[in-house]
Design a protein around this ligand. Structure first.
Ligand SMILES: [Zn+2]
Ligand SMILES: [Zn+2]
Length: 367
């Protein structure tokens, strides 16, 4: 509930500006959503913390009543915005003067924390929904990647107005309600007392402009529900339960908001021939025991098809023959894992008369 910015950055309350900067860099790098193992929520949190602690004035302000605001008069104690902050003048506490749109970054941050609309908050709330879905892939498709066409029934940009909400041919005019600023100022009660905040103008949905005549198909929202076919590139080397993100393929947002993302969770079907272990492949190959004793060439199935492999003279049962670079391609980088083939002797259940005779001869020879 309460956010401890120091804890989020993993630094001491007495940490130097330099330490804070270093901790931020390390964590931002670690959680960056574009990285493997990234974490968008954590990344956002770390950025939020640094926006305050990385700024001398904001950090001072946060230190001054951060803990009191969170622990005593906080949301948990006396209900939302309860506690002893009724008479507090917000503007005095925060140097730089806060009114409406002048709240700056900290306004956004506090807005998100306390639930009133900062500048950033209003944009985020207008974001299109993310879509999550499952997709089944064959063993081969997962190994080498595949282009998949999928059909989605979702909110998309209106065909008639191409998403801008205006009836084709209609002019765009400045919103009269907000005089084009896209915001209206409102006084809200917060735990710090009354504060003037800017909220998005409802008449123009924060855009400052609106169509003179709204689109007759979407009534100005710029979106409609429709089935859409999209092509998704599944990268080579993806493994079971991994997620592919297709940015901007989620649902469109009304009134020009950002489109959501599509997340595909991959389920890889098993293959009777191959077992996958990361980027390596394991398989068994049953070959005549005479080949194991005498050596020779046999044919093995690999991801790339049939491959000749050499078996050395005197190969014992269970020997692993490794085919380098014949495994699964590495996800989003070059190179491939290896294919390990376990050699198993074929002991026939039934022998022909001639085979039996020859084996009896071998037995006499001590084999
Ligand atoms: Zn439309
Ligand atoms: Zn407006």
């Amino acid at each position: 509930m309460a956010k401890d910015f120091y804890k989020i950055l993993g630094v001491d309350k007495n940490a130097s500006d330099d330490d804070i900067k270093k901790a931020y860099r390390r964590l931002a790098h670690q959680y960056h959503p574009d990285k493997g193992g990234g974490d968008e929520a954590k990344f956002k949190e770390v950025n939020e913390a640094y926006q305050v602690l990385g700024d001398k004035k904001k950090r001072q302000t946060y230190d001054q009543f951060g803990s009191a605001a969170f622990e005593n008069g906080g949301m948990g104690a006396g209900g939302p915005f309860g506690g002893g902050f009724g008479g507090f003048d917000f503007r005095q506490g925060f140097p730089g003067g806060f009114s409406g749109g002048d709240m700056g970054d900290l306004g956004d941050i506090l807005g998100e924390m306390f639930g009133f609309g900062g500048r950033g908050g209003s944009r985020d709330s207008a974001r299109g929904r993310n879509i999550e879905m499952d997709m089944e892939l064959t063993f081969h498709e997962a190994a080498f990647g595949v282009e998949k066409m999928i059909s989605l029934y979702k909110q998309v940009a209106c065909l008639r107005c191409k998403g801008d909400g205006a009836e084709p041919g209609s002019k765009t005019i400045t919103c009269q309600t907000c005089q084009g600023s896209g915001q209206v100022k409102q006084t809200q009660r917060t735990m710090f007392g009354s504060v003037q905040v800017a909220t998005p103008c409802t008449a123009c949905h924060g855009r400052g402009k609106k169509p003179e005549k709204e689109c007759t198909n979407c009534r100005g929202a710029g979106v409609e529900k429709r089935e859409e076919k999209i092509s998704i590139a599944i990268p080579a080397g993806i493994d079971n339960e991994e997620v592919v993100k297709a940015p901007g393929q989620g649902e469109a947002a009304p009134y020009g908001g950002r489109t959501g993302d599509l997340f595909l969770r991959v389920h890889v079907k098993s293959d009777a021939r191959f077992e996958r272990d990361g980027h390596d492949i394991h398989s068994d190959l049953v070959i005549p025991f005479s080949t194991m004793a005498l050596g020779g060439t046999v044919t093995a199935e690999t991801l790339d098809g049939h491959e000749s492999i050499k078996v050395h003279e005197g190969t014992i049962a269970g020997t692993i023959v490794t085919l380098r670079g014949k495994g699964v391609p590495y996800l989003r980088s070059s190179g491939r894992g290896n294919h390990h083939i376990r050699v198993i002797p074929d002991i026939p259940k039934k022998l022909t008369k001639e085979q039996k005779r020859l084996l009896d001869e071998l037995k006499k020879e001590g084999l």
